[in-house]
Write a protein that binds this ligand. Structure first.
Ligand code: NAD
Ligand code: AKB
Length: 317
C-alpha cells in the first residue's frame, strides 16, 4: 500500500519546505497539509490542505480516517522564545499534540511518526562543546523541558507499544523559503533579509553567542533519511543529535560583509540571550552518522552565499 502522509503544523518554517519535498516524492494528493491557521502560502495549494487544531483529538482522528493516513509528521509546537512568554500553552501544545499522535500509532491507526526534538533539551549543566548524544540534560526553558519529556515519551511508546517513532534534535534551522516562528535562533534568518533590505541588523544575541545551526536543505534531507531508514537501524528512539555548523552573530555578520561590504551589525541582547546561553555551542553526532549515515553538507561560506542569492531572487520576483 502506498503511504499517505499527514503534516501537522504545515504552514510553519519546516512544514512549508517538508510539504513541498514530500509531495515531490509521494505525489501531491498523498501529502495532506494541515495547520491551525488557514492556508497562507500558495506553495501548499498543490495538494490537500485542512485546518486542524492538533489539540482537537477527534478532528485529528477524522482526518486520519478520511485520507487513510499511514504516516504523521508532527511539527506544531511553540518554539523557545514564544513558549517562555506563554508557558501554559507551550507545555500544553507541545505535550498534548505528541500524546494525540502517539496514541494513534499505539492504536494502530497509523504506522509511522516523525516528531522533532531540539538542542533545547540540553541545559546550562550540559557540556557545551561537542555535546554528546547521552549526557547531563537539565533544560531550564519550558520549551526544552517539553522536548525532553517528549523524547522520553517517544522512547516509552516505542518500547512498550512498538510505536515506530523517529526523531532528530534539530539545531537552529536557516532557510530562505519560509519565516522562522518564534525561536532563539531566528536572528540567523532575519539577518539575511535585513542585510539585503536595509543594510543593517540589530542582533538580540551578543556578538560571541555561538550556537549549533543547520541549513534547511540539510534538515529536510536528514528528516527524510531517518524516516526512510530501515526500522532496525534506528537504534535511538528518543531523538538523535545531528550537527550542521556552529557560528556566532559576529562570525555570521563578518561573512555577510564579504558580500555586502557596507552591512552594519549592532547588538542588543534581550531575554533570548539567557536561553541561548543555556544551550550547547556545538554538537557531536556520531550515532546518527553510524546508524543512518547522516552527513551535513553546508559550511558558513556556502550557507551565507546560498541564503543571500536565494533571498535576492525571491524579492526581485
Ligand atoms: P513554526 O513555529 O514555524 O511552525 C509551527 C506551526 O504549527 C505553525 O504554522 C503554527 O500555525 C502551527 N500550530 C500552532 N499551534 C497549532 C495547533 N494547535 N494545531 C495545529 N497547528 C498549530 O515551527 P517550525 O520552526 O516549523 O518547527 C517545527 C518543529 O520543529 C517544532 O516541533 C519545533 O520545536 C522543531 N524545531 C524547529 C527548529 C527550528 O529552528 N525551526 C529547531 C529545532 C526544533
Ligand atoms: C528555537 O530557537 O527555539 C529553535 C530550536 C533550536 O529549537 N530554533
Amino acid at each position: 500500500m502506498k503511504d499517505t502522509i499527514l503534516i501537522i503544523g504545515a504552514s510553519g518554517q519546516i512544514g512549508t519546505e517538508l510539504v513541498i519535498t514530500l509531495r515531490k516524492i509521494y505525489g501531491d494528493a498523498n501529502v495532506i497539509a494541515t495547520d491551525i491557521l488557514p492556508m497562507a502560502n500558495e506553495e501548499l495549494s498543490t495538494g490537500p490542505f485542512e485546518v486542524l487544531d492538533i489539540l482537537d483529538q477527534k478532528s485529528l482522528f477524522d482526518i486520519v480516517k478520511k485520507y487513510n493516513v499511514t504516516q504523521v509528521y508532527l511539527l506544531a509546537a511553540l518554539l523557545s522564545a514564544t513558549a517562555e512568554k506563554n508557558i501554559e500553552l507551550g507545555w500544553n501544545l507541545n505535550m498534548r499534540s505528541l500524546s494525540h499522535v502517539l496514541d494513534l500509532a499505539r492504536e494502530k491507526h497509523i504506522k509511522k511518526v516523525y516528531w522533532p526534538s531540539s538542542i533545547a533539551v540540553f541545559g546550562p549543566s550540559t557540556p557545551s562543546i561537542l555535546t554528546p548524544q547521552r549526557t547531563i540534560m537539565e533544560p531550564n526553558t519550558v520549551y526544552g523541558i517539553s522536548k525532553l519529556a517528549g523524547e522520553r515519551w517517544c522512547e516509552y511508546y516505542h518500547e512498550k507499544f512498538s510505536v515506530d517513532v523517529r526523531s532528530i534534535r534539530y539545531p537552529g534551522l536557516i532557510g530562505w523559503k519560509s519565516a522562522p516562528g518564534g525561536g532563539t535562533t531566528d536572528y540567523a534568518v532575519h539577518i539575511f533579509h535585513e542585510a539585503l533590505k536595509s543594510g543593517q541588523y540589530t542582533s538580540f544575541l551578543s556578538d560571541d553567542t555561538t550556537l549549533p545551526m543547520m541549513h534547511m536543505n540539510d534538515a529536510i534531507r536528514a528528516t527524510l533519511e531517518i524516516m526512510e531508514a530501515p526500522a532496525e537501524s534506528i537504534k535511538i528512539r528518543s531523538s538523535y543529535n545531528v550537527a550542521g555548523l556552529s557560528f556566532s552573530p559576529k562570525e555570521l555578520a563578518d561573512e555577510i560583509q564579504k558580500h555586502i561590504p557596507d552591512f552594519k551589525m549592532s547588538y542588543e541582547s534581550d531575554y533570548r540571550q539567557a536561553i541561548a546561553d543555556s544551550w550547547p555551542k556545538s554538537i557531536y553526532d556520531s550515532e546518527a552518522k553510524t546508524d543512518w549515515n547522516w552527513k551535513s553538507s553546508f559550511n558558513l561560506q556556502e550557507l551565507t552565499s546560498d541564503m543571500l542569492t536565494n533571498i535576492k531572487t525571491l524579492v526581485n520576483q
